[in-house]
Design a protein around this ligand. Structure first.
Ligand code: ATP
Length: 232
């Protein structure tokens, strides 16, 4: 579904990624972990055409590097950004509808029904402004808004950021449901044990380079990962 090779990305003059390679197969959930500043967010932004990048990125076999984000959304790749970036003054439902703006009216309403079915809480909160939702509800809304475009590949940036462990658990349960529906997921997450449990495979990114990858169980068993991320 996604094939990245020799990806280099930049914030102005600062190079943040140094030749990253990774693959996400259709139907897989893959975690991207690593310390603060490793370049995880930059990688997602580079995939979405939101920072300057060079290298090779194939989405379902098609070269996409340099395409604008709106084209990428139409091609089936969608980002739920760090912090949600919701429209605070708009209602929960309107935030969802914005996420589905690439669809025609009939498909948008069908997507709304599906997303509100997946997250009943969002249906209950439909008329409330996003700014009045709890942290967990906001993350659900960010996930739901990204899902509204009916992506084949969903990029998630720190969906549990700032959440109480109980709520983080609920968000991950929702991610599990999304993956079970057949959506391919690339997940950036600081809560490494949750991420490794939710995903079949993982990549470790350090200083803009992939330093380890493999099935989640093997990554979780790695001495360096255990010390650095699992506090064991
Ligand atoms: P975090 O978990 O803290 O979000 P990250 O792994 O997502 O970390 P990035 O945010 O991708 O890391 O940052 C990678 C590097 O790029 C860091 O050195 C960071 O300082 C730099 N960087 C990120 N955003 C910018 C920016 N807007 N301008 C300049 N440098 C940036």
């Amino acid at each position: 579904m996604l094939e990245v090779s020799d990806l280099r990305a930049y914030h102005g003059d600062i190079q943040a990624l140094w030749g990253v390679g990774l693959r996400v197969e259709r139907g897989e959930a893959v975690a991207l972990i690593g310390p603060n500043g490793a370049g995880k967010t930059t990688l997602l932004l580079a995939l979405m055409g939101l920072v300057r990048a060079e290298g090779r990125v194939l989405l379902a076999g098609r070269s996409i590097l340099g395409l604008p984000s709106r084209r990428l959304v139409r091609l089936g790749m969608c980002l739920a950004p760090e912090g949600g970036r919701l429209f605070a003054e708009m209602t929960c439902r309107d935030n969802l509808l914005v996420g589905g703006h690439v669809l025609d009216r009939r498909r948008r309403l069908a997507a709304l029904e599906r997303v509100e079915g997946l997250f009943p809480r969002l249906a209950q909160r439909a008329a409330q402004k996003a700014s009045t939702l709890s942290g967990g509800e906001r993350q659900m809304l960010a996930l739901g808004r990204a899902l509204m475009a009916q992506p084949a590949l969903l990029l998630l940036d720190e969906p549990s950021l700032g959440l109480h462990p109980l709520l983080a658990g609920q968000v991950f349960e929702a991610i599990g449901r999304i993956a079970a529906e057949g959506v391919t997921v690339l997940l950036v997450e600081q809560k490494v044990s949750l991420a490794l449990r939710a995903c079949q495979r993982a990549y470790v990114l350090e200083n803009g380079r992939v330093t380890l990858d493999g099935p989640s169980a093997l990554v979780a068993a790695d001495e360096g990962v255990r010390k650095a991320y699992l506090a064991l």
